[in-house]
Structures are given as C-alpha cells and as structure tokens.
Design a protein around this ligand. Structure first.
Ligand code: MGD
Ligand code: MGD
Ligand code: SF4
Ligand code: MO
Length: 705
C-alpha cells in the first residue's frame, strides 16, 4: 500500500516541513514540503530513511546493570522502565524534595510537555542546550529589543544586503533561509560574510572579511562609527523608538575604521566601501545577530552591536528587514492550547532568576547545576532527565561532568540514539524516531504564521514510543494525570485545536494550516511602539536591565589574547552533512563524512612540517585529551586559529561507524565548563587553546623494527 504523509523533519531542530512517500511501511522518498520549500531538503533530511533502519540505536527500554558507562544493559519492558523511574522519582522527592530533579530538553515547540511534567512534579529546574548555543544572541536581543532570539524573523528574500558574522548559513543550515538568500542574490542582492576562515557561505558572498579570531566586536564598532559619521541612519525611526543614541555617538568616536582594520587584520578601505554599499542598500540591510554565539568573552556584545546596526538602519518591520513574527491571533484565529503548569515557586538551583537576575530563567544555565550537585547549594541535585539533549556532547569537559553526575541517584536519557549521556545514564527510554511517531500540534510564528505537526509516516521498527506517551505514562504513575488531559494523540490534537475552530482534517491538503491571506502583516509605527518589552518600552542602546545588573551596555573593546607560544585558538562549527554528534553513525551521512579534520593555515603548517592530508595530533591546553586526525592545510584560515567540525570522537561501542572516529572538540576545550559570559549567559567555547603537531603515525615518521 502506498501513501503520502506531510510531516516535519527531525534530523535537526530546524524542523523543515516535509512530505514522505511510503510503500508497505517502508519509506521510499522524502522531500521538502512543495508548498513551503518547493521540495528542497538537505542531505540529513534525506538520510532520515537510514535513521529508521539503523540497528545501532536503542531498540527497547534499557536499565543499567553494570557501573555507569560500562555498557552493560538489561532489556526491560516499558512498564518496568516507567515503574523504575517513577519509584526513584517518588523516593527522591521524599528524601530531597522535588526541586532536586533537573530536566533538560532541546527546547522547541514541544517543550511545554516536558516543562509541564517537571513543574507538576514540583521542580523549577528546567534547562536546555542554550548555554552552549543561542544564549548570547537571546539575551542580546532581550537587552536591546525587549524580545528574545525568536523575536524577529528575517525578510531575507526582499532584502538588498545580508550581513553575516560567522553565521555560516550554507553549512549550518536552515533550508528556508538558504532558499531566500539564493533568491535574494539572484535578484542582485548582496551578502557580506565575516569569518576567520572561508566557508560555503563565504564563497557565495559578494564581500568576505577574514578577521583575526575574536575581533568581531572591533569590526561592528567601526561599522557603527562609519554609519554614524556618514549619517547613514534612520533619524526618524531613532527619534520615535530608540533611547541611548547620543551616548552611542560619543562612545563610538574612538572606534574608527582605520583602528578596526589593524585590529581585525583587514583593510580600512574595505570597511569604508562596505558602508558605501550599506548606504545604497538601506533600509533593506539585515545584520544577522548570530545564532550559536557561544564563542568569545565579548560575543554577547557582538550580537548587541549587530542589533544596534539594525536599529540604525531603521529596518524593523520594514520589507527586507527584521519583521516581528505574527501569530495566529494577528490573523483573527484564536491560539491553540498547550499543556501547561505554573512554575513552582522555588529558587532555581542554577541561581538564575534570583542570584543572576538579568538572565532568562526559562531555561537557566545547564552548567551551573554542576556546582549545586557538588556543593549541595542551594540544595542537592539528585536526578537529571535528558530529553533530546546530550550534555556530555553539548558541554565541554565531559570527564569532569561525569564526576558531577555521579552525585545523582538517577540519570535518564530519553533519546532516539545512544547519546554519550545516555550511555552513562541509568535508564534509556528510546523515543520512536520522528518518522515513526506523531507529535502534538505546534505553532510556527513567522512572517506568515502556521499551525503544523509531525505525523507518523511508518510504524516503529522497534519497541520505541513517542514522547507524548512517555510523559503521559510517567505522569500517570506520579499522580499528575490532570496535567495530561488525553489518552491518545488524537484526543490531544482535538484538545489543542478546539479554540481555533479547525480540525485535524484541515491539515490534509498542505500539511499545515496558514491564514487565508498570503500577505504579510506589517505593524504601523504606533503598534510597533508597543512591541518592545524593555523597561522603557523603547529599543534600548543603553539597557536598563544591564545597568541594574552592574553590567555595561557599551563596554570598551578589549583585544583578544594571542595564543600562547606554540598554541592555536580552537574554533569549531558544523558541516552541512551532520547534526552535532547525533548523525555521525548514520550509515548514509557517515559515508559522506566519516571523520573530521583539523584546518590549519598553510604557512603555519609549513613551519610545523605538516603536509596536506597528513595526520596531526591535537592536544588540549591542559593535556587532558588528545586526538589524531588529518590536517586540512589551507590559506583560508587565520594563522592564529585551527578549526574542526563538532560532533566527532564519539565513545559508544555499539555505534560502529562513529566509535572513536575523528576528534572531539568538546574534550579539547579545557576549563571551559565554568567559563561563561556573565552578561550573555553562554559558555566561551572559542576561548580555548590547543597544540598541534605532526603525528608519529605518519608513514615517514614510523620506525622500522
Ligand atoms: N564543543 C562544542 N560544543 C557544542 C557545539 C559545538 O559546535 N562544539 N554546538 C553547540 C550547539 S549550537 C548546540 S545546539 C548544542 C547541541 O546539543 P544537543 O542539543 O545536546 O545536541 P543534538 O545533537 O541536537 O541532540 C541531542 C540528543 O537528541 C537526540 N535526538 C535526536 N532526535 C531525537 C528525537 O526525535 N527524540 C529524542 N528524544 N531525542 C532525539 C540525539 O540523538 C542527541 O543525543 O551543542 C552545543 N555544544
Ligand atoms: N548542517 C547543520 N546545520 C545546522 C546544525 C547542524 O548541526 N548541522 N545545527 C543548527 C544549530 S543548533 C545551530 S546553533 C546553527 C549554528 O549556526 P552558526 O551560528 O552559523 O554556527 P556554526 O556552524 O557554529 O558557525 C561557526 C562559524 O563561526 C566561525 N568563527 C569562529 N570564530 C569566529 C570569529 O571570531 N569571528 C567570526 N566572524 N566567525 C568566527 C567558524 O569558523 C565557523 O565557520 O546551525 C544549525 N544548523
Ligand atoms: S535543515 Fe535539513 S536536517 Fe534540519 S530540519 Fe531541515 S531538512 Fe531536516
Ligand atoms: Mo545550536
């Protein structure tokens, strides 16, 4: 029997809309939803077929038999696993209080389910991956605009100039934005790309700045300087919506393009020429504020200054600029319902919200729970449930983390794969893959909002279960049933959709429900004035929230330290064909990229006697870890830096393709678990230095015995 199913890709958390063809419960084709993506999909999206058939993922619930990490697992029924977890959670609650449980997840539109479970159980300690991803960007936007990272959509298609600071769009993919960028470039638009190395995005750009690592703030300051000097800003917009412009003007005087050129290692004339282009293209110039900016000590301020540049352009709520995402309500449709439970009124164990007041307490800071585990301050942490989160891959120093996790009595991994955390945990609950399960309905806010949901394409290959069922079952055993008012997914969908007047059948035609009108709504200036949730209600160049926290809004620029002699700054990123560590073992994607390499500048490599493709040994600054991979020798990386792709160097013996293939960047980041940006709340992952040497394993170096 053949069928076609609209769903949502789950190979990464971008969640592209897809259409899946199925024949006799086998997937024969996956493509991007024609109505939204014209069929486009990335390699990982297409490799979803291999995820379903992958036999090296957990196939039934597992309870640890040997020591943590020893890999001895007892196969158990779902009933046994649920009972085991519920019993432990009940005892932990009695002995240490409900707040001693942390639940981390990957965020996203389904997080209300996980939060509801945790909050109903009685713990405020929800967290996610954002301390190693978008925290700096999120808090930068909050401090300037009063809305978080998701507070703007980018109208790239209609822009005239897209400016990207290490936002490597064509490798660190988001398919709809890639398509829009290609359209924009084809229409004659421009793209400026800034990185310490050349990338898939840089080669498509009309202007490329290769900067010294960690000097982006200098470049953004010079750009602001030049925009102000050339009066290339929207004074009417600033007058109406912005505070702190005069302070900015006096602060910026010292940061000339000539100064920045020296600092960043680029040409003064190129900065000035860039601003000439900006003047021609304004207001359709988008300064992308970054995504994963867990990089440098001042990355938060880089993102803030990119927001300030957007403000100067006056591009907010303008065609080709930053658009406030519209919800169903803007189109006269009542919102869908989500599972919900108030956050328990207990101080968070990571200190966010009471000790650290200026950071968003929604997800707090995952790494700060480790201190609570060790010191039992403000109270003990005794359990960690990781739902679609792999702390040992996502955060640095996994060996150190394991010592902290040993203070816990219960570690649960709810995952489709064996994650590094799962392998170290006590119970693995295997979730059915995204192609084998339904998900609750989600709201996709955007320039054009839509309701969407993930629909099961095939029956599960193994004894795995969907998340909505896992949380319902656990909730039932803990007497939290009232927060999960459904027995089947159909009942949950119906409950969610009730206020909207739509039914599930309304998704059949296109796979989503969008407002009838295809015309984006743009708020007028008056309505716009009500959108910025800052203390003053305006866009704040000088943020009251930061000032109250004793933090500067416009700090003086500090030059990043040079690598110690014989060392290199380790920079990292993604490849278009893998998602973090989770796809390394996928047979199709592993074939495309079985291991990572280390990029190193040609001149530096020459000095070290390293040739193209030779093996090099890379060692962490504190000698705690080293790994050997091939060198990629290129002119197109700054000599102070070496670069590698994140996700490799995995240590799960069951994953034969991935096991010990390549090096693990998180293990090379010594002493970074507690090195974080106090203003932005993200770890400073690029503030790590490593040594690189020619490996003795190269043939010419081998000694005949
Ligand atoms: N050193 C270093 N650290 C980094 C990064 C880096 O580049 N270098 N990148 C940072 C960034 S940007 C991010 S976002 C984080 C990512 O860190 P994480 O959020 O931990 O990583 P993911 O790979 O997205 O997924 C986590 C887990 O979700 C599982 N998973 C995938 N699909 C499903 C599903 O459908 N259901 C369930 N239950 N589980 C599923 C995967 O198997 C994986 O084990 O890492 C950050 N940390
Ligand atoms: N294929 C694929 N796509 C993905 C993901 C994936 O795993 N795989 N993950 C998704 C997620 S979770 C995220 S957060 C996004 C991340 O998307 P991006 O924010 O674009 O992040 P990275 O890939 O980490 O890009 C890092 C780039 O920053 C550069 N860089 C390092 N130091 C500097 C510097 O000093 N200045 C500048 N200007 N650049 C510097 C690096 O060389 C690298 O090219 O990608 C998303 N898309
Ligand atoms: S970017 Fe690729 S892997 Fe991620 S959701 Fe879209 S198609 Fe899937
Ligand atoms: Mo991320």
């Amino acid at each position: 029997m053949k069928k076609s199913v609209y769903s949502i890709c789950g190979m990464c958390t971008v969640r592209c809309p897809i259409r899946v063809e199925v024949e006799n419960n086998k997937i024969t084709w996956i493509e991007g939803n024609q109505h939204l993506l014209g069929g486009a999909l990335c390699a990982r999206g297409a490799a979803g077929t291999a995820l379903v058939t992958d036999t090296e993922r957990p196939q039934q619930p597992l309870i640890r038999d040997g020591g943590r990490g020893a890999g001895r697992w007892r196969k158990v029924s779902w009933e046994t696993a649920y009972d085991y977890i519920a019993d432990k959670l009940t005892t932990i609650k009695e002995e240490h209080g409900p707040e001693s449980v942390v639940l981390s997840s990957r965020g996203g539109p389904w997080q209300s389910m996980y939060k509801t479970f945790l909050y109903a159980y009685g713990s405020p300690n929800y967290t996610n991956h954002d301390n190693t991803c978008g925290n700096n960007t999120h808090h930068a936007s909050l401090s300037v605009n009063g809305v978080g990272r998701e507070g703007f959509s980018y109208d790239i298609k209609n822009a005239r100039h897209l400016v990207l600071f290490g936002r490597n769009l064509f490798a660190s993919l988001q398919i709809d934005q890639c398509l829009e960028t290609l359209d924009m470039l084809e229409k004659g638009g421009r793209m400026t790309y800034v990185d310490v190395r050349q990338t898939k995005t840089g080669v498509k750009a009309t202007r490329f700045f290769q900067v010294r690592p960690g000097t982006d703030y200098a470049l953004t300051l010079a750009m602001i300087h030049e925009v102000i000097e050339k009066k290339a800003f929207d004074s009417e917009f600033i007058e109406q919506h912005v505070t702190g412009f005069d302070e900015l003007c006096s602060f910026i005087e010292q940061y000339t393009p000539a100064w920045a050129a020296k600092e960043c290692g680029i040409k003064e004339k190129d900065i000035k020429d860039f601003i000439k282009e900006v003047i021609e293209d304004r207001p359709g110039v988008i300064f992308h504020p970054g995504w994963n900016l867990s990089r440098y000590e001042d990355s938060f301020y880089v993102s803030r200054s990119l927001h300030i540049l957007n403000i100067l352009m006056g591009n907010i709520e303008r065609k080709g600029g930053l658009i406030i995402p519209k919800s169903a309500g803007d189109y006269g449709v009542d919102p869908i319902r989500f599972l919900d439970c108030p956050v328990p009124d207990i101080k968070r164990a990571d200190g966010v919200g009471w000790k650290i007041k200026h950071l968003d307490k929604g997800a707090g800071m995952a790494n700060l729970f480790f201190q609570a585990m060790e010191k039992e301050e403000p109270y003990p942490i005794k359990a960690w449930i990781a739902m679609r989160h792999d702390p040992l891959t996502a955060m640095p120093e996994p060996q150190q983390q394991k010592k902290f996790f040993d203070h816990c009595e219960l570690l649960v991994s709810i995952d489709t794969h064996y994650s590094e955390f799962g392998w170290y945990s006590d119970v693995i609950l295997p979730e059915a893959t995204y192609l084998e399960r339904d998900n609750p309905i989600a709201l996709h806010n955007g320039i054009l909002p839509r309701f969407e949901f993930r629909r099961k394409a095939v029956e599960p290959e193994n004894d795995t279960k969907p998340g909505w069922e896992i949380f319902k079952q656990l909730a039932t055993r803990l007497n939290l049933d009232e927060y999960f008012p459904y027995d089947s997914i159909e009942e949950l969908w119906e409950w969610q959709l009730k206020p909207t007047g739509y039914s599930i059948a309304d998704f059949d035609e296109k796979g989503f429900i969008a407002p009838k009108s295809n015309e984006p709504i743009l708020y007028d200036s008056e309505k716009l004035g009500t959108c910025f949730k800052t203390p003053s209600g305006k866009l704040e160049i000088i943020s009251k929230k930061l000032t109250d926290a004793g933090l500067p809004s416009l700090p003086e620029y500090k030059s990043p330290s040079k690598p110690p002699k014989g060392m290199f700054r380790l920079v990292y990123g993604r490849t278009a064909v893998h998602t973090h560590g989770q796809t390394i073992n996928n047979p199709l994607l592993n074939e495309l990229m079985p291991e990572n390499s280390v990029w190193i500048n040609t001149k530096v490599a020459d000095k070290l006697g390293i040739s193209q493709g030779e093996l090099v040994k890379v060692t962490a600054g504190d000698n705690s870890y080293s790994g050997t991979v091939k060198a990629l020798v290129t002119d197109f990386i700054h000599p102070e830096a070496v670069y590698t792709v994140h996700g490799f160097g995995r240590q799960i013996p069951f994953q034969k393709n991935a096991y010990h293939a390549g090096i693990s960047d998180q293990k090379l980041m010594s002493e970074k678990l507690d090195h974080w940006d106090k203003a932005g709340g993200a770890l400073c992952l690029c503030e790590s230095f490593v040594t690189v040497e020619r490996s003795v394993r190269n043939s010419a170096g081998r000694v005949e015995l």
